[in-house]
Design a protein. Structure first.
Length: 213
């Protein structure tokens, strides 16, 4: 089995696992760890590659995917790990506490979809909508941080409004990027899950057919 097929099988297994990590076997915990590591490596690599593109980032995708795949609060550690590792390389600003806490909270967003059917194409719209909601939260929280501790705007109501206004171009880039990335990723996830269901049905039908003969 190739490495791609092996990783695919691990993700398929995780999508069917229980929510409670304490109930998982050693083998399942190993898959849990490997899938988390894959997401972190992907998030780190993608953020570094896309560094020069204004606010087109992969962390939203990584965060929502972690919640959907793991269906556990530990999923919040994935985006936090991505931003922590990449900030060591590319740096951060005086609002680090706001950016880090924003990604930590966004890490819980994917849990909203833990009961959604991954075989339903409506999942794509839910996944994308949740990602855009995460972008809006990130914008509101971090620009509040810019106003509070960034020293760029007066700590008045008008200063807060100005902070949000000046942050709009970054929000636009972020939404534009995720309107492309999120639907493609969620579509792939649906196809992956549908293929898994199809394989189970095919296997069942083969058993039934063999018993009849």
């Amino acid at each position: 089995m190739s490495k791609v097929q092996s990783s695919k099988c691990k993700i398929q297994n995780l999508l069917a696992q229980k929510q409670d990590v304490s109930t998982l076997s050693i083998s399942e915990l190993k898959n849990f760890f490997i899938a988390g590591l894959i997401l972190i490596v992907f998030g780190v690599a993608a953020r570094l590659v896309l560094e020069d593109l204004p606010n087109i980032e992969p962390i939203t995708l990584t965060a929502i995917l972690a919640g959907v795949i793991f269906r556990n609060k530990l999923a919040a550690l994935v985006p936090l790990a991505v931003v922590g590792i990449t900030d060591v390389i590319i740096g951060n600003t005086s609002i680090l506490i706001f950016t880090w806490s924003a990604w930590l909270i966004i890490g819980f967003f994917g849990l909203i979809l833990k009961r959604s059917k991954l075989t339903d194409f409506s999942f794509i719209f839910k996944f994308t909508g949740l990602g855009l909601a995460a972008n809006l939260f990130f914008y509101l929280w971090t620009n509040f941080g810019v106003w509070l501790v960034g020293g760029l705007y007066p700590r008045t109501a008008s200063g807060l409004i100005e902070s949000y206004f000046m942050g709009l171009p970054f929000l636009e880039y972020q939404i534009f990027g995720n309107l492309i990335i999120l639907p493609i990723a969620s579509f792939g996830l649906v196809i992956l899950k549908r293929q898994e269901v199809y394989q189970k049905i095919s296997k069942f039908l083969k058993v039934v057919y063999a018993n009849k003969n």
